[in-house]
Design a protein around this ligand. Sequence first.
Ligand code: FPP
Length: 272
Amino acid sequence: MIDKNLVAAPGSSDRALLDALDLTRLPSHVAVIMDGNGRWAKQRHLPRVEGHRAGAAAVKDTVETAARLKLDALTLYAFSTENWKRPKTEVSTLFTLLKEYLRRELKTLAENDIRFRVVGRVDGLDGSVRAALDMALEATTGCRGMVFSVALNYSGRAELTDVARSLARDAAAGRLDPESIDEDAVSRRLYTAGLPDPDLLIRTSGEMRISNFLLWQIAYAEIHVTPVLWPDFRRRHFLEALVDYERRERRYGGVSEADAAEATSARAVLEA
Ligand code: FPP
């Protein structure tokens, strides 16, 4: 049961957005491409890393809102395999911020029954980062509320390549009949195995790109792009994205209910 007062105080502008939502139609899984940290810092004549530092506050706010709305899953794109091309100091600051976030927030995550998870090639990460991640995974392993995943050293193409390699390995070893491979068999081997596919993908900072994120999983996701830069992204913007999502009509390649009804009545006229 969602406690609306925990999400937004009565009478506030955020509450008006919350009241505009049909809480029975919220997305089950929201994925976010956090973008615009560098631009946020540049606008303030600050070093890029200050944008990432401010971005960590937006992460906290977003996790809190999603958990209070009792979403099943939230996945944040924190570091792509392409991000290694950034200056060394920026990369190390990003991982330091992640470690600091986990150290600071781990107790709150566990207390709120939030299960932490990582998606990506974790074995490509530094030992101290892996240790911090392992600690968070272990501390929240018994949690049964929202699954909060952070995509680290992540690439959608690398993920699909890993799936192909694992299927091929099992087929070559005679453990798997290639003819039995269907979409479920692929889904079960993704880093996100067990999670529902995202219903809503949010991207901040106005760019209209997917950036190699959850390529398989977002096949039917609704996409909400906001001009807000990630460090400025707060509960209000998350609620706005949900309102936008609920306005959409999801057809999964079919037709709308109205069009289906029209087609039925047209057929009835033709057959009369
Ligand atoms: C994109 O902005 C943002 C990132 C690559 C990193 C996101 C990381 C954080 C918010 C740090 C903390 C993370 C966690 C999970 C606690 P950009 O640098 O590409 O921005 P730009 O396009 O404006 O340059």
